[in-house]
Design a protein around this ligand. Structure first.
Ligand SMILES: Nc1ncnc2c1ncn2[C@@H]1O[C@H](COP(=O)(O)OP(=O)(O)OP(=O)(O)O)[C@@H](O)[C@H]1O
Ligand SMILES: [Mg+2]
Length: 258
């Protein structure tokens, strides 16, 4: 499914979070949104998810105007940095959640759900851990469960907001590889938010660099490296991510807001 974002604006009291963002992603593309803290990455992702309605502009997906379609009707899978799994549910129950929550007529049969959960746990390399509870997993394993849960509904669009931000560098690199591999196998159109340029450049087909609610440049990793369009992009790609906390601070930005 291809995505077409047209001049989307969104203001919060005292902040123009998105100032007219236009951006496209092709069917099956892996797109990264890269930018400093406060540049509007999460806001844009929440607009795509249907968790924020833009003040102006349009979001098209698969040829349909989805700007005002409610979140639960969009067929979107989401993974957040601090999105806690359901603690009282096993791994398998967490993964099955989106399927079990469907109305009866659309819900797969029990045996089918069990099989689907098994397949998904294999996909994220967590075979055999279905009976564990989230507290019995490492941080990296929990994010794999979150990814399997997001994929369970066979989303048309996968949105990830700094999903590996809380993990150490080694686990982060492993999960990067796993995510790219899963993307290539499922072919799901993916939008991945990060403020880590290495992560964006290593993972994505194309990277959109955001600054102050606008897209500064969009291009392949090679294009950004070889022909940065502005001094900001040059600087941003050259600096270690921790120096780019910017105006918003580095709070639990990936968490869903109430
Ligand atoms: N619900 C809200 N109410 C008020 N202001 C908000 C709200 N959500 C975001 N903002 C503001 O909008 C701007 C963009 O925020 P956003 O969360 O999209 O940034 P971000 O690029 O995801 O940053 P980070 O890397 O820190 O997660 C910031 O100035 C932020 O303070
Ligand atoms: Mg954010």
């Amino acid at each position: 499914m291809s995505l077409d974002i047209q001049t989307v604006t969104k203001a919060f009291p005292g902040t123009q979070a998105l100032q007219g963002v236009s951006l496209q992603a092709g069917d099956g593309e892996f797109l990264a949104l890269l930018g400093p803290s406060g540049s509007g990455k999460t806001t844009l992702l929440r607009v795509l998810a249907g968790l924020e309605v833009p003040d102006a502009g349009t979001v098209w997906f698969g040829g349909q105007d989805i700007t005002r379609v409610p979140a639960r009707q969009r067929g979107i899978g989401m993974v957040f940095q601090h999105y806690a799994l359901f603690r009282h549910m096993t791994v398998a129950q967490n993964v099955a959640f989106g399927l079990n929550a469907r109305p009866r007529a659309l819900r797969p049969g029990r045996a089918q759900i069990v099989q689907r959960v098994e397949d998904l746990l294999a996909l994220v390399h967590l075979e055999g851990l279905g009976a564990r509870y989230p507290t019995q997993l490492s941080g990296g394993q929990r994010q794999r469960v979150a990814l399997a849960r997001a994929l369970a509904i066979e989303p048309r669009l996968l949105l990830l907001d700094e999903p590996f931000g809380a993990l150490d560098a080694k686990v982060r690199r492993e999960l990067r590889g796993a995510l790219r591999d899963i993307h290539d196998r499922t072919g799901v159109t993916t939008v991945f938010v990060t403020h880590d340029q290495d992560e964006a450049l290593a993972l994505a087909d194309r990277v959109a660099v955001m600054r102050d609610g606008l897209i500064e440049q969009v291009g392949t990793p090679h294009e950004l490296r070889s022909a940065p369009a502005t001094a900001f992009v040059t600087d941003f790609l050259a600096r270690p991510p921790e120096t780019w906390l910017g105006r918003g601070g580095d709070g639990p930005e990936g968490s869903p807001r109430p």
